[in-house]
Write a protein that binds this ligand. Structure first.
Ligand SMILES: C[S@@+](CC[C@H](N)C(=O)[O-])C[C@H]1O[C@@H](n2cnc3c(N)ncnc32)[C@H](O)[C@@H]1O
Length: 257
């Protein structure tokens, strides 16, 4: 792997350290129904994936425990997963073997993928590269890796969630506490409450502009609402009540060319 930028060094350390905490959810996601994001929205509702991916070459950028890769493989795709954390990849490899799913797993950064141009028909990221990589680096990589007509699918935090995140790292508030136009990079390493890594986002128009400048056409954009439930329940620093009233997650399907 060539030299990593500072945010990737920090995020790699964090994810190797946290990998054990993600084993149980990875096992559940590998075994259970296909659900997206923090609120577990069923793929049958969201419809981000075609039913049949026979013969499709797919890559998951920041695959983690690789359950999304498993969904693609079960639809017939030949799937490669890349992740910066060796310990996350170890879980992914074990679960792939246990579930008899054939995946190619690569240890590396989604900002510098060691694979040829025009290698894939589908690139996907659920809270992987889309959250942990700089969009100025991983989006051009996704465009480079995709063949003309290929699709990019991602699901990540909605930028509104960033602007409602208090500076001390506590749970979301119903006020705007950060500038919307500066959501590109968040450093959570020094916050008081549960310090984290360095992550990235864009304003909604920023996603449109960056994707179209790379030759993508946005086919679908979903602002996700949490399903009904206890409004006080908190997932990933988000009260469900907040995520009922405001979009907490964003999902995009874009076609190259
Ligand atoms: C929340 S997981 C997302 C994957 C999957 N959906 C899951 O929940 O297991 C985030 C993953 O992004 C990976 N990651 C962070 N920075 C990365 C980078 N520069 N390149 C590739 N993967 C990266 C982390 O190692 C981690 O496994």
């Amino acid at each position: 792997m060539s030299r990593l930028p500072d945010h990737a060094v920090e995020n790699q350390r964090l994810w190797d350290e946290m990998a054990d905490e993600w084993v149980t959810s990875g096992e559940r996601q590998w075994a259970g129904p296909e659900t997206w994001g923090e609120w577990g929205i069923p793929e049958t509702e969201l419809g981000l994936l075609p039913d049949d991916l026979t013969g499709v070459d797919a890559i998951e950028l920041g695959c983690g425990t690789a359950y999304v890769s498993a969904w693609l493989s079960r639809r017939g795709a030949r799937v490669t997963g890349i992740d910066l954390s060796e310990r996350q990849l170890r879980t992914a490899a074990r679960l792939a073997a246990e579930h008899d799913v054939d995946l190619t797993l690569i240890h590396g950064s989604a900002e510098q993928v060691p694979l040829a141009d025009d290698s894939f028909d589908l690139a996907i990221s659920e809270y992987g590269a889309v959250l942990w990589c700089d969009p100025e680096a991983w989006l051009p990589e996704a465009a480079r890796l995709l063949r003309p007509g290929g699709r990019l699918v991602f699901l990540t935090a909605h930028p509104l969630r960033v602007v409602a995140s208090p500076l001390d790292g506590s749970k979301l508030v119903r006020r705007l506490v950060r500038p919307y136009f500066e959501v590109r990079r968040q450093d959570w390493t020094q916050v008081e409450i549960e310090p984290g890594g360095i992550d990235f986002n864009l304003p909604i128009a920023g996603w449109f502009q960056r994707l179209s400048s790379l030759g993508f056409t946005i086919e679908a954009l979903h602002e996700l609402q949490a399903p009904l439930g206890d409004p006080e329940e908190v997932r990933a620093f988000m009260p469900r009540g907040w995520a009922r009233d405001y979009p907490s997650e964003l999902a995009v399907v874009a076609r190259l060319g």
